[in-house]
Design a protein around this ligand. Structure first.
Ligand code: GRF
Length: 213
């Protein structure tokens, strides 16, 4: 059985990373988190890596992408997992690792790429909100979508409540996608997501009941 070598990139809290590391058991022995990389020497995620014995590379270089390139050369991972990594991954890396870099974003893309999604969702009084896991391309939050987790939004939610709900969705759906990739159930072919040997014509969307979060 082949084991996929994964690295995780983060910039801050690292709660998604921690969730993935803790849920590794359900992915059995098909993946191994070999190292992590951060562009922020004060990121909380660093202590999470240390607590789980995952080697973490902290870039303090003005040219973070040079450090990232060297890091990826060193580990040559099968999968690069972005978990709250706040820098744009440069095109040369995207091309070198085509179909091997995934990201999680706190909105139902293509709605609300970029920052401040909670603010936008509440301001627009959206009925639904959710999370998207996608392969990356060189445009921010734009690559082919694999899976979305969606919930209906109750009236009068605060941003903090919406954020907390969103994180719970993230903790559910990111491990699912990683499990699919670990088992070669999901791949990228000609910029299209292939799921169980068929091209996905539209993203897989899972409506989650609020009680199930
Ligand atoms: C998550 O909401 C993720 O979707 C976004 O950045 C946030 C990172 O949170 N890309 P954490 O660092 O995993 O707690």
């Amino acid at each position: 059985m082949s084991v996929k070598k994964c690295v995780i990139l983060f910039s801050g809290q690292g709660s998604n990373m921690e969730n993935l590391i803790k849920k590794k058991a359900i992915i059995q022995s098909k993946i191994s988190y070999v190292a992590a990389f951060t562009d922020n020497s004060e990121a909380n995620g660093i202590s999470i890596c240390k607590a789980h014995n995952i080697s973490v590379h902290i870039s303090d270089n003005e040219n973070v992408n040079l450090d990232l390139t060297n890091f990826l050369r060193l580990y040559n991972p099968d999968l690069v997992i972005l978990a709250g990594y706040m820098k744009i991954v440069p095109e040369n890396i995207v091309n070198d690792f085509k179909g091997k870099i995934i990201n999680i974003h706190p909105s139902l893309l293509p709605k609300y790429p970029g920052l401040n999604t909670y603010e936008k969702v509440l301001k627009n009084k959206d009925k639904y909100h959710g999370v998207t896991v996608h392969f990356i391309n060189s445009i921010l939050d734009n690559g082919p979508i694999i899976l979305q987790g969606k919930v209906s939004i109750a009236n009068n939610l605060t941003q903090a409540e919406l954020k907390s709900i969103t994180h719970k969705i993230e903790y559910k759906i990111y491990p699912i996608v990683i499990q699919w990739i670990a088992n070669d159930i999901v791949t990228l072919n000609n910029n299209k997501v292939v799921f169980k040997n068929k091209i996905l014509e539209s993203p897989i969307t899972h409506l989650i009941e609020n009680e199930d979060l």
